[in-house]
Design a protein. Structure first.
Length: 268
């Protein structure tokens, strides 16, 4: 059974993502871990609150999470375990993943902004730091099932077999069709060696290839997602060297910060 961590800070984006994954969990019998991170504000620390007062604040936040988990469980008839943490987000979410042996982390996604594209945010940072798959749910997107998967990948660079297996397993679990989509600046024949691997792993799954010519990869992917009315977009966040990462605009990050469908990032 899949165990999914959904992170919440009770914002509109987080509540929307929680509702999305809860509906999917109810349909497919997934278990949820409701993760919340809370740190005492600098203003409270500067006010020199007593240890007892600080403990009361933390206990209240802990109780708030426990009640939210219980309500979620009752509403959707699913198993929901609360996980309350304090400290660094990346360290604590990694600890939560390890503790619960989670298969996926789900995070809400704020509306697109220039700052997100340039610097990223908590969700896009998680996509590039975590070794566990991360799903970003844009605000306003509701779960109505997953029937069409757009898997945007780099056929020429090659697609790791483990990534293909995860795409295949998801398609099988949801009964979805997969479009293997690749954008090139100039159309030519797909390399047979790379497509042979895809064909082999995806056997038994409904899938097909779509290769288009375009100079802007991001717009091409967005247009294709709209064209086929995709329920989810899957991408792989490639790693870059330190200096190139400073000037390289991450396609995965930009898609996460401006997309209107859920984005599932599968790390290598």
């Amino acid at each position: 059974m899949r165990r999914i961590i959904v992170a919440t800070d009770y914002s509109a984006e987080a509540l929307n993502a929680t509702e999305y994954v809860a509906k999917a969990a109810a349909e497919h019998k997934f278990e949820l871990v409701l993760f919340s991170l809370y740190n005492i504000s600098i203003h409270a620390l500067n006010a020199r609150l007593s240890g007892e007062a600080i403990n009361e604040i933390i206990n209240a936040k802990h109780d708030e999470l426990a009640k939210a988990a219980a309500k979620l469980s009752e509403t959707y008839g699913i198993t929901v375990e609360p996980h309350f943490s304090s400290g660094d987000f990346h360290e604590e979410i990694s600890r939560c993943i390890s503790m619960h042996n989670a298969d996926l982390v789900v995070l809400g996604m704020a509306q697109k902004s220039f700052e997100q594209d340039l610097l990223g945010n908590t969700t896009t940072a998680a996509i590039h730091k975590l070794t566990t798959p991360v799903m970003a749910i844009p605000l306003g997107v509701t779960y109505t099932g997953i029937k069409r998967i757009l898997f945007a990948c780099d056929i020429v660079r090659g697609v790791h077999k483990r990534v293909l297996e995860e795409v295949r397993d998801m398609a099988t679990e949801f009964g979805a069709e997969v479009e293997v989509f690749y954008v090139r600046k100039k159309i030519d024949e797909l390399l047979q060696d790379q497509t042979n691997v895809v064909d082999e792993v995806m056997t038994g799954t409904r899938f097909y290839y779509q290769n288009v010519e375009a100079s802007d990869v991001i717009y091409a992917i967005q247009d294709e997602a709209l064209r086929i009315n995709a329920d989810i977009l899957i991408m792989v966040p490639y790693k870059y060297g330190f200096w190139s990462s400073i000037v390289h605009t991450s396609k995965t990050r930009m898609m996460a910060s401006g997309n209107n469908i859920p984005l599932l990032s599968l790390p290598l």
